[in-house]
Design a binder for this molecule. Structure first.
Ligand code: NAD
Length: 312
């Protein structure tokens, strides 16, 4: 198949692109190398595929794509976005541009170009805090941050396009993704880096917040299945989580085991928009895509720790 992957130089996008290219597919990768974190890291993320005959890089904003860019594309996997919950309070216009305008543009382009399927990177942040866990796709959506609001609105745009224009959209609601190449602002990257450097890890809250952590290779499998499997619904939201939630305190202990080092903590108050708990019921993804998460957190942490220590 020929996939168009937006956000191809980022954490999830580059891991997905590498998987697709080395498993016999063609990828048109789109990335504008936004300044959220180092462009050098994104260039390094694409090193293994950069010169591969099955990979073409379009270094531009999703909003600058036009119909010729879609030639021969079978499915679009739209990962490009402005991530990060905390900055979304102060920099909302950026989130509107990159998470909503860009999503509307690619949806319109898919419709104009008769692309059958689009996969949209949604997020567990659309759920906010819930009364019951694990959370199914039918749970009420009450995002607690402007970032979560843009992801929920992105899903609503996907639904409008799929119902009116026939495009089939699978919205994958990712629950905290981790693994090699993880974004430097994310907790596991910061914990492992702190373990090796001896610097402190800023822990927001008392460590009781619980998260469902999902290994990046499992997310990549979900993306490919969502883009290529036969699904009957025109608009399909699916939870993509790990296999259970753990507290931040437990996570830090596991990181200490994975690195053989102590993590020094700098306790900070909870941040605006942080939720108490995330936890995914993934039975729908299992039933409809045959997808289940395969990587336990201790194993995934070891793999990410190895990559970070090798880079020191
Ligand atoms: P990332 O920042 O590493 O990757 C995103 C990439 O998109 C970056 O390389 C950036 O340069 C590019 N980009 C952003 N806007 C663009 C635009 N308008 N045009 C072209 N390129 C653009 O982020 P990630 O962690 O890999 O996340 C990928 C997707 O998954 C995002 O949509 C994010 O919201 C979603 N998501 C991630 C997580 C997670 O835990 N990492 C959880 C839930 C949802």
């Amino acid at each position: 198949m020929r996939y168009l992957v937006t956000g191809c130089a980022g954490f999830i996008g580059s891991t997905l692109t590498e998987y697709l290219v080395f498993n016999g597919h063609n990828v048109v990768g789109v990335d504008s190398f936004t300044g959220y974190y180092s462009a050098a890291q994104k260039v390094a993320n694409l090193k293994s595929v950069h010169d591969h005959k099955s990979f073409d890089l379009l270094q531009k904003d999703v909003r600058a794509l036009s119909t010729p860019d879609m030639a021969g594309v079978d499915a679009v996997i739209h990962l490009a976005a402005q991530p990060g919950v905390r900055d979304s309070w102060a920099e909302f216009s950026k989130y509107l541009d990159l998470n909503l305008e860009a999503t509307q543009h690619i949806l319109q382009l898919c419709s104009d170009s008769d692309i059958a399927r689009m996969v949209f990177a949604s997020s567990s942040s659309i759920y906010g805090n819930q009364d019951q866990y694990p959370v199914s796709e039918d749970a009420p959506t009450t995002p607690r941050s402007p970032y979560g609001v843009t992801k929920l609105a992105g899903e609503a745009l996907c639904k409008a396009y799929s119902l009116n224009l026939g495009l089939q959209v699978v919205c994958l609601r990712f629950f905290t993704v981790y693994g090699p190449r993880q974004r430097p602002d994310m907790a596991i990257h910061r914990i492992l880096s702190a373990a090796y450097s001896g610097e402190t890890f800023r822990l927001f809250g008392d460590g009781s917040a619980r998260r469902d952590f999902t290994y990046v290779d499992d997310v990549v499998q979900a993306c490919q299945l969502a883009a290529s499997s036969e699904v009957l619904e025109r608009f399909l939201p699916l939870n993509i989580g790990g296999s259970g939630d753990i507290s931040m305190r437990q996570l830090i202990e596991m990181a200490e085991v994975a690195t053989g080092r102590t993590v020094r903590l700098d306790h900070q108050p909870s941040q605006l928009g942080d939720v108490d708990r995330t936890g995914a019921d993934c039975s729908r993804a299992r039933a409809l895509l045959g997808w289940t998460p395969k990587t336990p957190v201790d194993e995934g942490l070891r793999k990410q720790a190895l990559r970070i220590s090798a880079a020191l």
